[in-house]
Design a protein around this ligand. Structure first.
Ligand SMILES: *[C@@H]1O[C@H](CO)[C@@H](O)[C@H](O)[C@H]1NC(C)=O
Ligand SMILES: *[C@@H]1O[C@H](CO)[C@@H](O)[C@H](O)[C@H]1NC(C)=O
Ligand SMILES: *[C@@H]1O[C@H](CO)[C@@H](O)[C@H](O)[C@H]1NC(C)=O
Ligand SMILES: *[C@@H]1O[C@H](CO)[C@@H](O)[C@H](O)[C@H]1NC(C)=O
Ligand SMILES: *[C@@H]1O[C@H](CO)[C@@H](O)[C@H](O)[C@H]1NC(C)=O
Ligand SMILES: *[C@@H]1O[C@H](CO)[C@@H](O)[C@H](O)[C@H]1NC(C)=O
Length: 871
C-alpha cells in the first residue's frame, strides 16, 4: 500500500492560486497544479470540526479519499461525498474540509492550507457503485423508516430488507457484516472497521467501502475482464427491527489493450456480480480525471466510447493532452510510458422497476514502457569542418549528464569549455533534442584517408543521460563520419650545386606524419643526419651528395656527369605516394687524367643502363689490371701508358693512347655475377699526347653505350735511319752490309728520314741519340751522341750536324737529319773493346706551323772543342 506522504517534484513554490477545488458528481476534486518544489512532502489531513485526522494511505482507502501525483507535482485528491469526515446535510449538501501541509525543506518548514468546499449532489441513483483508485464503494437507498419488509430494488431478493426481530434491542444501526468470497465471513462492525472496511448510514443511504485486495474480497473474470468483487450483507438494526442489506461492488483491475497509438479500455457490458435480470444500459458517459466530457470534447481529443456485445469500450489515443508522458530506461534503453486517467459512468435501469444503478470507474491507465530509441540526425556540413549532430526527441524529464569521447568522459560543462558545444532545443510539442558540435580538428575526432585527397573524419560519442528526478541513467551512442576533400599534399623542390642535391619538402596537411624515401632508401634518422637534415614544423631540407648511394648516373659527358635523385614522400598508413620529385643535375667530373709522365688515371662510372654492375668487377684490357679503388658508383684505375694493354696510335702531331674499361666475361671476377644478357659495359680511356712536348691534353672518355665519338684520322709514319758511306750522303750501307767495320776516329755518317710523308710542314728532329754495346736501347754502358737535340758537349770528337738540301732524292729537307761522328770504342778495364756498337735515336716530329714543343725550336750553341778524353 502506498503512503499518504507524497514526494512532489517540481520547481516553483506552493501558492494559494495553485489549489483548485470542484465538485464532480459524487466526488469533490482538489487539484494542485505543479505547485510544489522538488523534494517537498505533502501531508493531507481531514478536518472534522476541530479535529484534524492525518490521512494515511490505509485510512484514505477506508474513508473514501484518493490522491495521485504525477512526477512533476500535479496532484489530484478525490473525496467521496459519502466519505468519512464529510459533513453531509440530508445527502444533498456536502461539506469537505482538508488541511494541506507542505513540508518545504524538512519537518520544521511547513506551509499549511485549509481547504473547505461545499458540494451538492442530489441525483443519487438507487444504487451507486464507485471504483476509485484505492477503494470500491457501494451505497444504496435506505428509506428513513424501515417499516416495510421491502425497499425498492431492482430485484426483490437481492435488495430485500429482512426484518430480524430476534436482534438485540440495545444496539442500533449496523452491527454486523457478512462477506461472501463466496464462503461467508462474518465480522461485527468494529472488526470490519479494524480490518479496513467502512460501513455507515446517512439520512437516506447505506454506504460500504472496501480497499482493494482485502481478505474478504475476491477476483472474478467478467467477460474476459478481471474484476475485484465485494459481496456483503449488512445487518442493520433500526426502530423497526433488524434488517439485512445485501450489497455488491465490482471494480475492474484490467481489461486494457494497448497498441502504439491507442489505448482500448474494455469494461464488461453486464457487470454480472452487480446486475441480474433484465436491465437496460440507459446512459454511458466517459470522462477524464473524474470530469465528464461531452461528445464535442471527446471528438476534439479523438476519444471514443462504444459498445460491443460484451463490452463497453473506451478508446484514447496515446499521447492525448489529458495524460502525460514519462521517461523510463529499462536495460539502459530509452522508453516512455503514457499515463491517463479516464472515467466511465454507466447508468443501468431495471426493466420492471424504477431502480437504477449508477456505476462509476476512475481508472488510471499507464501504457507499458514503449521503446523510443533516440534518433540521431547528422546535420554536419563538411565544409564547415565541424560535426553537428542532433539527438532526440526526449521528454522534459531527461537531461544530459556527460559525454564519452574517444579521449574520455566529459561533463556537459567540461565539454562546452573544450569547445564541444552541447545545447538543448525545445520542439513544438514540448519535447527536447540535444545538439553537439565537435570541430573536425579536435583530438576526439579520428581521421583517415579513403582516397588520396579526401579525409574522412569520424566521431564516436556516447551520451550519458539521466531521467529526472529519479536519476535513472541511460546511454546513447552516436557514430558519425564526414568526408571532405581537404588534403594538401607535400610539395617537393630541389636544386643542385657542384656537389650536392638540395631537396626541400614542404609538409602538406599531414604534417610530418609521412615517410620520405631518398633514392630508394628510407630517410632514417641516421641517413637524415648524414644528409644534414634541417626542419621545422612546416618543412625540412636535406643535402645529398651526388654520388650518394641513392642517386643514379644517367649520362657521362666530357667533364660532367648527370646524376639523378628520386625523392618520394609517402603515407605510412595507406602507403600512398603523396608527392615525388625526380631531380637530375650535371655535376663536374673528369673521368680521365693523363699525366705528362705517362700515368693515366681513369674513373669508370656505373650507369643506370647496367644496373647489376658491381664496379669492382671492371678491368682494363689486360684483365689483371683491376681498379685501385671501387665503390657502388665508381671504379678508379691508375696505370701507365705502356701497360695494361694500352695501345698507341700515331697521328700527325699526336699520339693516342687507348685502353678500355670493361666487364670481361671470361674474367675470373665477373663470370659469377654477370650473365651475358646483361648490357655490355665498355668505357674507352683515351689520352692524346701532343708530340710538341709531354704536355698533355685529355680528351673525353665515353662509355660505348652512349653516342660514339668522332675519331681523329689516323695514319702510319715510317722512320728510317741509315749510315752513309761518305759525306756525300749518296750511298748507304744496306742491311746485309752490317756489321760495318770502322776504325777508331774514322767518321761515321748517319741520316734519319721521315719516309712516306709528303707533308712539308713536318720537321724531323733528333732528340737524343746514343750508342750501346748491346742491342737493347736501354742497356749499359751507353754513350750519348745527341742530347736534347744538340751534340753532346762532353765528347772530344764532337758530333757534327750536316745541312740537308733538296736534290733528286730529297724532296723535303726538313724530313731529314744528318750527322756525323767519329768512330769510338768502349773501354773496359783499360782495354779497348773490339765490339759491335749500336746507335739509337729518339725522334720528335714537329709541326712547323705550330711548333708547340720546345724541342722543335731548340737552338744549339756552337760545340765547344775541348780536349776531354773519352773512357
Ligand atoms: C467527527 O466529529 C463528530 C463531532 O465532532 C464526531 O461525532 C464524529 O465521530 C467524528 N467523526 C469521526 C470519524 O471521528
Ligand atoms: C514531438 O515532436 C517530435 C518532432 O516532431 C516527434 O518526433 C516526437 O515523436 C514528438 N513527441 C511526442 C511525445 O509527441
Ligand atoms: C556518465 O553518465 C552516465 C549516465 O548518466 C552515468 O551512468 C555514468 O556513470 C557517467 N559517467 C561518469 C564518468 O560520470
Ligand atoms: C612532428 O611534428 C611534431 C610537431 O610539429 C613534433 O613534435 C614531432 O617531434 C615531429 N616528429 C618528427 C618525427 O619529426
Ligand atoms: C706521374 O705524375 C703523377 C702526377 O704528378 C703522379 O701522381 C705519379 O705518381 C707520377 N707517376 C710516376 C710513375 O712517376
Ligand atoms: C708546344 O708546347 C708549348 C708549351 O707548352 C706551346 O706553347 C705550344 O703551343 C705547343 N705546340 C704545339 C704544336 O702544340
Amino acid at each position: 500500500m502506498f503512503k499518504m506522504l507524497f514526494l512532489i517534484f517540481d520547481k516553483g513554490f506552493f501558492a494559494g492560486s495553485g489549489i483548485k477545488t470542484d465538485c464532480v458528481a459524487n466526488l469533490m476534486r482538489l487539484t494542485l497544479d505543479e505547485a510544489l518544489a522538488v523534494g517537498n512532502q505533502l501531508e493531507v489531513e481531514a478536518i472534522n470540526g476541530t479535529q484534524h485526522i492525518l490521512l494515511t494511505p490505509s485510512l484514505a482507502a477506508q474513508c473514501g479519499y484518493s490522491m495521485e501525483s504525477d512526477p512533476w507535482g500535479n496532484t489530484r485528491i478525490y473525496t467521496s461525498l459519502l466519505g468519512c469526515y464529510v459533513h453531509n446535510k440530508d445527502d444533498m449538501s456536502f461539506n469537505v474540509g482538508l488541511k494541506l501541509k507542505i513540508y518545504h525543506h524538512g519537518p520544521s518548514d511547513v506551509i499549511t492550507h485549509d481547504v473547505a468546499k461545499t458540494c451538492s449532489y442530489t441525483s443519487w441513483a438507487t444504487r451507486e457503485i464507485l471504483c476509485d483508485r484505492n477503494y470500491m464503494e457501494v451505497s444504496t437507498y435506505m428509506a428513513p423508516k424501515y417499516s416495510q419488509t421491502k425497499v425498492k430494488g431492482q430485484k426483490g431478493e437481492d435488495f430485500q430488507l429482512n426484518t430480524i426481530t430476534t436482534a438485540s434491542e440495545e444496539v442500533h444501526g449496523i452491527w454486523k457484516m457478512t462477506f461472501f468470497t463466496p464462503e461467508p465471513m462474518s465480522l461485527v462492525l468494529e472488526e470490519a472497521q479494524q480490518a479496513g472496511y467502512s460501513a455507515k448510514t446517512t439520512s437516506t443511504r447505506l454506504v460500504v467501502r472496501s480497499p482493494y485486495n482485502m481478505a474478504e474480497t475476491y477476483s472474478e473474470d467478467v467477460a474476459g475482464v478481471p474484476m475485484e468483487v465485494m459481496k456483503v450483507s449488512i445487518y442493520h438494526k433500526g426502530q423497526d427491527g433488524l434488517n439485512v442489506f445485501n450489497l455488491a461492488a465490482a471494480c475492474p483491475t484490467g481489461g486494457v489493450l494497448f497498441t502504439e497509438d491507442l489505448i482500448s479500455w474494455h469494461v464488461p457490458r453486464r457487470v454480472t456480480p452487480l446486475l441480474d435480470g433484465h436491465i437496460r444500459l440507459v446512459e454511458m458517459t466517459m470522462g477524464i480525471n473524474g470530469q465528464r466530457l461531452d461528445k464535442a470534447q471527446m471528438a476534439a481529443r479523438g476519444y471514443s466510447l462504444s459498445t460491443t456485445d460484451f463490452h463497453i469500450v473506451v478508446e484514447i489515443p496515446v499521447g492525448s493532452s489529458d495524460g502525460y508522458y514519462k521517461s523510463h530506461a529499462p536495460d539502459y534503453q530509452y522508453h516512455m510510458t503514457y499515463s491517463v486517467e479516464p472515467m466511465l459512468e454507466v447508468l443501468w435501469k431495471a426493466d420492471q422497476s424504477v431502480d437504477d444503478t449508477r456505476y462509476k470507474i476512475l481508472f488510471p491507465i499507464t501504457t507499458p514502457p514503449m521503446s523510443r530509441p533516440p534518433n540521431t540526425e547528422d546535420r554536419t556540413t563538411p565544409e564547415e569542418r565541424e560535426f553537428n549532430l542532433y539527438v532526440g526527441p526526449f521528454l522534459y524529464d531527461v537531461a544530459v549528464r556527460n559525454i564519452t569521447f574517444s579521449t574520455g568522459v566529459l561533463t556537459v560543462e567540461e565539454s562546452n569549455a573544450r569547445g564541444f558545444i552541447v545545447q538543448q532545443h525545445v520542439l513544438a510539442n514540448g519535447t527536447f533534442v540535444f545538439s553537439l558540435k565537435v570541430p573536425f580538428d579536435s583530438n576526439v575526432v579520428s581521421k583517415h584517408n579513403p582516397e588520396l585527397l579526401i579525409t574522412t573524419y569520424s566521431l564516436s560519442v556516447v551520451f550519458g543521460f539521466v531521467i529526472l528526478p529519479e536519476e535513472i541513467p541511460f546511454a546513447h551512442q552516436v557514430e558519425l563520419d564526414a568526408s571532405v576533400e581537404d588534403v594538401v599534399l607535400p610539395v617537393l623542390t630541389g636544386t643542385c650545386d657542384q656537389e650536392q642535391f638540395y631537396i626541400t619538402v614542404k609538409y602538406g596537411s599531414q604534417g610530418n606524419n609521412t615517410n620520405t624515401m631518398v633514392g630508394g632508401l628510407d630517410l632514417t634518422p641516421e641517413l637524415a643526419e648524414f644528409y644534414n637534415f634541417k626542419g621545422d614544423a612546416t618543412q625540412f631540407s636535406i643535402a645529398v651528395p651526388y654520388a650518394a648511394t641513392g642517386s643514379s648516373f644517367e649520362l657521362i659527358t666530357t667533364n660532367s656527369i648527370r646524376a639523378r635523385l628520386d625523392v618520394v614522400v609517402w603515407d605510412p598508413i595507406t602507403n600512398w605516394i603523396l608527392s615525388d620529385l625526380f631531380l637530375a643535375c650535371y655535376f663536374p667530373l673528369m673521368t680521365t687524367r693523363c699525366y705528362p709522365n705517362g700515368t693515366i688515371s681513369a674513373l669508370a662510372v656505373k650507369v643506370e643502363s647496367v644496373p647489376n654492375l658491381n664496379p669492382s668487377w671492371l678491368t682494363l684490357k689486360d684483365q689483371s689490371c683491376s681498379p685501385v679503388f671501387s665503390n657502388d658508383h665508381f671504379a678508379q684505375f691508375i696505370f701507365s701508358a705502356d701497360s695494361c694493354g694500352t695501345t698507341r696510335t700515331f697521328f700527325d702531331h699526336y699520339m693516342l693512347y687507348e685502353n678500355e674499361i670493361g666487364l670481361y666475361y671470361h674474367g675470373k671476377r665477373g663470370a659469377a655475377h654477370t650473365s651475358p644478357v646483361d648490357p655490355e659495359y665498355k668505357q674507352t680511356v683515351s689520352c692524346y699526347y701532343v708530340v710538341n712536348d709531354t704536355q698533355t691534353i685529355a680528351f673525353n672518355t665515353k662509355s660505348r653505350l652512349y653516342e660514339p665519338k668522332a675519331e681523329i684520322g689516323s695514319g702510319q709514319m715510317s722512320i728510317q735511319m741509315r749510315q752513309a758511306t761518305d759525306s756525300s750522303y749518296e750511298n748507304f750501307y744496306k742491311a746485309e752490309d752490317y756489321p760495318v767495320e770502322k776504325y777508331l776516329r774514322e767518321p761515321l755518317y748517319f741520316e734519319v728520314e721521315l719516309a712516306l710523308s709528303t707533308d712539308p710542314n713536318l720537321e724531323l728532329i733528333l732528340d737524343n741519340c746514343w750508342a750501346t754495346l748491346q742491342e737493347e736501347r736501354t742497356s749499359l754502358p751507353s754513350w750519348d751522341i745527341i742530347v736534347n737535340g744538340c751534340a753532346y758537349s762532353g765528347d772530344n770528337y764532337a758530333t757534327v750536324f750536316h745541312t740537308v738540301s733538296m736534290d733528286e732524292r730529297v724532296s723535303f729537307p726538313s724530313h731529314y737529319k744528318r750527322f756525323s761522328m767519329k768512330m769510338f770504342a768502349f773501354i773496359q778495364e783499360d782495354k779497348v773493346l773490339k765490339h759491335e756498337v749500336y746507335v739509337h735515336c729518339d725522334l720528335v716530329i714537329c709541326d712547323t706551323n705550330s711548333p708547340m714543343e720546345a724541342i722543335c725550336q731548340r737552338q744549339c750553341s756552337k760545340p765547344a772543342v775541348k780536349g776531354t778524353q773519352k773512357h
